[in-house]
Design a protein around this ligand. Structure first.
Ligand code: BGC
Length: 496
């Protein structure tokens, strides 16, 4: 393990950190993203059923900052035309959005397909295509039908079949026009963040067991959906499918901390990538070993990380058409000292790994307490993945900065610019095949536990206005110019 990070370092020392030619390779594509629960609102319109997020925010409103919820959000369900107008005005190559499972299949199962739900996404897809913007669909961005949660949700081993059945319906409805697909968005949030802390829906806390059951079932769910597409749809539609993982870069504080940084990367990224992208499949060996030890120490009869059978390993391995990931930030990690206390993983320390997390002073904080700005991290992350899993096509499915608002968002522009420069360096100097970059987010939206407090949008949304008026920020003007010029060599001044 140690040699991988050592390689990352030697490669980075060898290259220059300046980038002079700010032009993107021909064919490089720019997009922006949102997700259903965060923007649609219309939580109970027509025959849509309740999702775990509807239940979570209604049951105990104080779970969310200012007791906000997604009941109306950006009202995008009723403002499809306006959203398309914004996307077209930016000149995006593609728009990444997600489908609300309970809007298409109110029972969670394909016994009944909602006409209203189906029509909604048809309007969006057709409207985008009419403007020359490619739709890029995520099948699941966390809003599981509550009816399925009542059956155990992602801890039920049958959840992989439920997801594949849902995926088949969506591929059937839209596959003729949609060529880019993601099965799951950030399964680490669905499993680790939810089951360890309970601060996201469904609010069930089961850190030792639930987290890992969910992890394995989601790997199988992704693979099943990918295989449904590959076998039943790809021959006629020729699209591509992958999974969007959240990758957080772990920087060792000193060389002596390389091993714990590598363990953290395997724990966070490897557990969700290794089963799919590695040659041998299954869990990363270091994580299996760690969980064996921890489970026995905690008195369990066996590892709480459920084993993959050989057949399952082969079933999941290779189920990708590109490598997609969301990236926002990094962490600095070091081995804990004797007797040190820990705060909670995964947002705090890495107690299970005996690792302490710190943030160097030169990594500026953002509006949320969990993200710090470290642009070099994205390049190191790309290199690490390439070294782990080979020379893949990389699609960056989210990257962005949250602020407390304001239209004159030079901080967001500088965040985008610095991260995009690092991506250019990765392409040029490290020979990494990055083909797509997705800004998060098209507009301000419901930021989960943070409600409407922190803002990620290229467009500002006025949440006090019943019309949810959208206004471009300076960053929207800047991004539009970047897309048009296909280069970072652009300026913005008085566009507001
Ligand atoms: C999620 C988004 C979220 C963003 C910013 C990602 O983890 O996919 O839904 O809004 O991060 O927190």
């Amino acid at each position: 393990m140690r040699w991988c990070s050592a390689l990352v370092f030697s490669a980075l020392i060898a290259v220059s950190w300046s980038v002079e030619d700010l032009t993107f390779p021909p064919g490089f594509k720019f997009g922006a993203a949102t997700s259903s629960y965060q923007i649609e609102g219309a939580w109970n319109s027509s025959d849509k059923s309740e999702s775990v997020w509807d239940r979570f925010v209604h049951d105990e409103p104080t779970r969310i900052r200012n007791s906000d919820n997604g009941d109306i959000a950006c009202d995008s369900y009723n403002q499809v035309e306006r959203d398309i107008e914004m996307v077209a005005d930016l000149g995006l190559d593609y728009y990444r959005f997600s489908i609300a499972w309970p809007r298409i299949l109110p029972s969670g199962f394909p016994n009944y397909i909602s006409k209203e739900g189906t029509d909604h996404y048809n309007r969006l897809i057709d409207g985008l295509l009419a403007k020359g913007v490619e739709p890029f669909i995520t099948l699941f961005h966390w809003d599981l039908p509550q009816s399925l949660q009542d059956l155990g949700g992602w801890t039920n081993p049958l959840s992989a079949d439920w997801f594949a059945d849902y995926a088949r319906v969506v591929f059937t409805l839209y596959g003729d026009r949609v060529k880019l697909w993601l099965t799951l968005n950030e399964p680490i949030v669905t499993c680790d963040l939810s089951y360890i802390t309970g601060i996201t829906a469904p609010g069930v806390v089961s850190p030792d067991v639930g987290t890992y059951l969910c992890n394995k079932n989601l790997m199988l769910a992704h693979a099943k959906a990918w295989r449904v597409y590959d076998e039943e749809f790809k021959p006629k539609y020729h699209g591509k499918v992958s999974i969007a993982n959240h990758l957080l870069w772990f920087e060792p504080q000193t060389e002596a901390d390389t091993e714990v940084a590598e363990l953290a990367l395997q724990h966070l990224a490897g557990r969700y990538c290794h089963p799919i992208y590695s040659k041998e499949g299954g869990w990363p060996a270091s994580i299996e070993k760690l969980l064996d030890k921890l489970s026995l120490e905690r008195g369990y009869a066996r590892s709480t990380l459920p084993a993959f059978t050989q057949e399952e390993k082969e079933y999941v391995r290779g189920t990708y058409d590109f490598f997609a990931f969301n990236h926002y930030s990094g962490r600095q990690i070091r081995w804990a000292k004797e007797g040190e206390t820990f705060s909670q993983w995964p947002l705090g320390d890495a107690e299970d790994l005996n690792g302490k997390i710190e943030f160097p002073e030169h990594w500026p904080p953002t509006a949320s307490s969990i993200f710090y700005v470290y642009p070099e991290g994205i390049r190191k992350q790309l290199l690490w993945v390439k070294q782990q899993y080979g020379d893949l096509e990389f699609v960056i499915t989210e990257n962005g900065l949250d602020t407390l608002g304001g239209r004159d968002d030079h901080d967001r522009i500088s965040y985008f610019r610095e991260y995009l420069k690092q991506i250019l360096l990765a392409i040029r100097e490290d020979g990494i095949n990055v083909t797509h970059y997705t800004a998060w987010s098209l507009m301000d939206l419901f930021e989960w536990m943070d409600g409407y407090h922190s803002k990620f949008g290229l467009y500002e949304v006025d949440f006090t206005d019943p019309k949810r008026t959208r206004t471009p920020r300076l960053s929207a003007h800047w991004y539009k110019k970047v897309i048009k010029a296909h280069s970072l060599d652009v300026t913005v001044n008085d566009e507001l």
